[in-house]
Structures are given as C-alpha cells and as structure tokens.
Design a protein around this ligand. Structure first.
Ligand SMILES: *Cc1c(COP(=O)(O)O)cnc(C)c1O
Length: 366
C-alpha cells in the first residue's frame, strides 16, 4: 500500500434496481406465465403514453427493434440506409441483416450526431431509410433531417435517449418510428429488452406480426416472422423502471451540471453542449479532452472508471469496412478525443467532487 486511503471505485454505469423490481419479478414467477403476456401489454401502453405515441411494440433488445423497424419499412437486398459511423454497432448490423447497404454520413463536431447536410449528400435514389442516432442522450437535429429525408422513412435510434426532448417534442415521436434499448447500462433497463414507438397503426401491426413468427391468428403464419418477443419478467421490471425514469434522468442531468460547472475552468476539457430547446438525458457524459488517453489512465489509477464511446468507428470493423465509401473526418477525430465520465444516478456529491478534482489535478501536473 502506498499510504493512500483506499477509496471505492466509481463505475461508469450502475443499474438501479430496488424492491419494486424484485417484487414485480416474483409476482410474475408466481403467476407461472413467463412469456409475452399481460405485463408486456401493460409495459407497451405505459411506454407509448410516456413517449406520446399511439403505439409501442416491445421486443427482445434494441438491435432487434432496429431490425424489425427496417423490415416493416420494406428494407431489403441492395437498398441503401444512411446512418452515422459514430455509434454502437447495433445501429448498423440490422441494415446488414436485411442485406441492405449502410451508407455513412459525418457527424456535427459539437453534438456528435449525424450532420443533416452530409446526410443529404449521402442520399441517392436507392436510399430506403435513414437512421439518425440520438447519441449519448442528446437528440439529433431532427428538423433538417426530416426535411432532407422527404418521403424516405426516418427510424430514430433512441437506444440512448429515453426521455430526451428536441425543441419541445419528445424523441421517439418525430420519425416514422423509434427504437429503444433496455440493456442494463441504459437510462432504464429490463435486463435485456427493446421497444419500437410509432404513431402509424399499420406499421405497428406489421411489427407485431414480424415479432411473433408472422402469426396472424394462432398457427396461421402469413409472413416469415421471427421470435423477437419480450418476456413478462422483463416487462415487469420495465414497468417499475419507467416509473423511476424521470427521477433517474433528473439525477443524470443534475450530475452533468455539477461536472460541467466544476470543470468550466479546465481549458483542456470541452464539456458536453446542450443546444437551446433540447433536453439532454446524459446516457453518457462525454467530454473532449487534450491528452485523452493519459487522462483516462490517470483517472483509472484514482479508481474512477471512464469509458471511451467510441474508440473506433463502426466502419473500422472488418465486416463494415467495405461500406466505408465516404469520408467522415469529424467522426474519426471524435474517436481520438472523447472520454465519458461516470454520470449515472447512483453517484454521490463526493463522487462528483472527486472526479472534478482529479481531472483538474491531471492538467496541473502536466
Ligand atoms: C444499446 C444500443 C443499441 C442496441 O441495443 P441492444 O439492446 O444492446 O441490442 C443500438 N444502438 C445504440 C445507439 C445503442 O446504444
């Protein structure tokens, strides 16, 4: 030991599960009905009401949500889908599941989200859908995106943006449909899980069909479908998590403010930007930092676990590389400069102060 007092690690994410979730799970187990049933139904209705859409369709995870959304819009072989390379690979692999071609547009430097102008340039007559990602909890610039898209359906990847707002409108209610993930590190969780929100009744019906083996009535299969259902145990957790989402997000936003205020004097760090009229729900709190890798190691030595989202572009991965036909220099640069500091609702004021002081100390030493 070096004589330093041992401090607990501050982790990058922490699922917030309480007695409510435990009791809800036990109730489902006692009922003996574990597969998609009444809890999924209730979770869908509550989630649709929260987002403000007419329909919500629950599925097994966020990647599946995007796959079903593409299929329901008729995306297939040889068609093109425009998206961002600065995202999790689950935004992109569903395009390949459909045997369509991903086309990548660059990002806006300040927001890390897809640049509507470059998105427009990336569109061709083959463009069948567009997937903007609301990265880190901040909405993509949906007005110019919707305008450039015209008749081409926009599928919002809201997997990191539960509760985010764009110019007075809820994320998840702006495009043709929106896809959510409930993976344990997200703003709310169901263990694994996903949801698709939409106002389009016909689309919702297609999604429900594709989710359940293309089954119209019992054992009558009218299309080739999938088993992409959510189960009632996950949905029971989701119902309880959704009740707490506003309080979780409120704490994320407050934590982000403490970090941004605390680091405002550190000129080597650029804190996240929140444009006027947006509600950023801080799935991640990503800074741009000088000597990023050194800062990460320094924080790690102090037991502060940061993350890099993302250390390489989706297009840097072997299966996606052949589709990297357009330059995305701003996205490339972000991979070298971003660092996510913990911002989850489980942090204490002491944790936040320790993070701010440690970041400041790193740059004083240099
Ligand atoms: C988490 C995530 C996904 C995939 O969701 P899973 O539930 O993990 O399949 C897709 N896109 C983005 C932006 C994500 O963060």
């Amino acid at each position: 030991m070096d004589g330093k007092e041992k401090v607990d690690a501050i982790n990058i994410a922490k699922p917030m599960l309480g007695p409510e979730e435990k009791n809800a799970v036990l109730e489902v187990m006692s009922s003996g009905k574990l597969a998609q049933g009444e809890k999924v139904d209730r979770f869908e209705k509550a989630f649709a009401a929260y987002v403000g859409t007419r329909h919500a369709v629950a599925v097994g995870n966020g990647t599946i949500a995007i796959h079903l959304a593409l299929l329901a819009h008729g995306v297939g072989r040889g068609m093109e889908v425009v998206t961002t390379p600065f995202t999790f690979i689950g935004s992109v692999t569903p395009i390949l599941f459909c045997q369509a071609r991903p086309v990548f547009a660059d990002i806006v430097e300040k927001t890390y989200n897809i640049d509507p102008a470059d998105m427009k340039k990336a569109m061709t007559r083959q463009t069948k859908a567009i997937i903007p990602v609301h990265l880190f909890g901040l909405a993509a610039d949906m007005d110019p995106i919707m305008e450039a898209a015209g008749d081409v359906p926009v599928i919002e990847d809201a997997c990191q943006a539960h509760g985010a707002v764009y110019k007075g409108r809820n994320v998840g209610s702006i495009g043709s449909c929106a896809c959510y993930s409930f993976y344990p590190t997200k703003n709310m969780t169901t263990g694994e899980g996903g949801m698709i929100t939409t106002n389009n009744e016909e689309l919702a019906a297609k999604l429900r069909l594709l989710r359940d083996h293309g089954q119209k009535t019992r054992y009558e299969h009218v299309v080739i479908g999938y088993n992409y259902r959510m189960n009632d145990i996950s949905a029971a957790i989701g119902i309880e998590q959704l009740r707490k989402l506003e309080s979780f997000n409120g704490r994320r936003i407050a934590n982000a403010k403490v970090l941004s205020d605390g680091m405002s004097g550190v000129k080597q760090v650029k804190t996240p930007v929140v444009p006027e009229g947006y509600r950023h729900v801080f799935h991640q709190y990503s800074i741009r930092a000088k000597k990023r890798d050194g800062l990460k190691d320094f924080l790690n030595l102090e037991n502060i676990r940061c993350g890099i989202y993302y250390p390489r572009l989706v297009t840097a991965n072997a299966p996606i590389k052949p589709f990297a036909t357009r330059p995305t220099p701003r996205a490339e640069r972000a991979t070298r400069e971003v660092l996510a500091l913990p911002v989850h609702p489980g942090l204490s004021q002491e944790d936040l102060a320790r993070m701010v002081n440690t970041v400041a100390a790193f740059y004083v030493e240099k």
